[in-house]
Ligand binder design. Sequence first.
Ligand SMILES: [Zn+2]
Length: 178
Amino acid sequence: MLCIGLLVCPICTIAAIYLTHSHWDHIADARELKHETNAPLFIHPDDEYRLEEPMSHTIWQLPFTIESVTADYYLHHGDQIRCGEWNFSVCHTPGHTEGGVCFIDKLHSVAIVGDSLFAGSVGRTDLPGGNTDVLIESIANHLLTLPDNIVFFAGHGEISTIGDERMFNPFLLGINTL
Ligand SMILES: [Zn+2]
């Protein structure tokens, strides 16, 4: 959910920083963003450990350093995040990482799914903490059970809908939902 870079809107106030998970490409600017905005940072407790030592938890030789950042609060399954008209439910969807979460607003038919689900694909599970069976179970139980018209924004790639992924995503064909 975290944007890379610090293009802070001059007419908006960033009140909180919610992380879908703690892979380096989703937390690289978290420390700076938190410092610039004084906004509290939220993450699921199972993904907190990468915040503390980000460089030791990436398998790549990055040409820059990612500094540690401290979580202020934890996200738990079922928590509610209210932001103006928006009311997102926190949904724990492990598999891509242990503490990956999605943010779902059924009233507005919108979900923010991090790297759990992509248009035409699913999150990779070959990195430490990943588990293919767990990810597919998370998607089946928590995302494919949503209405078809839910539009979702993933951490990478195109915007899609739950209905399109249910119909056409090759990784999800034949999955029975609850
Ligand atoms: Zn990731």
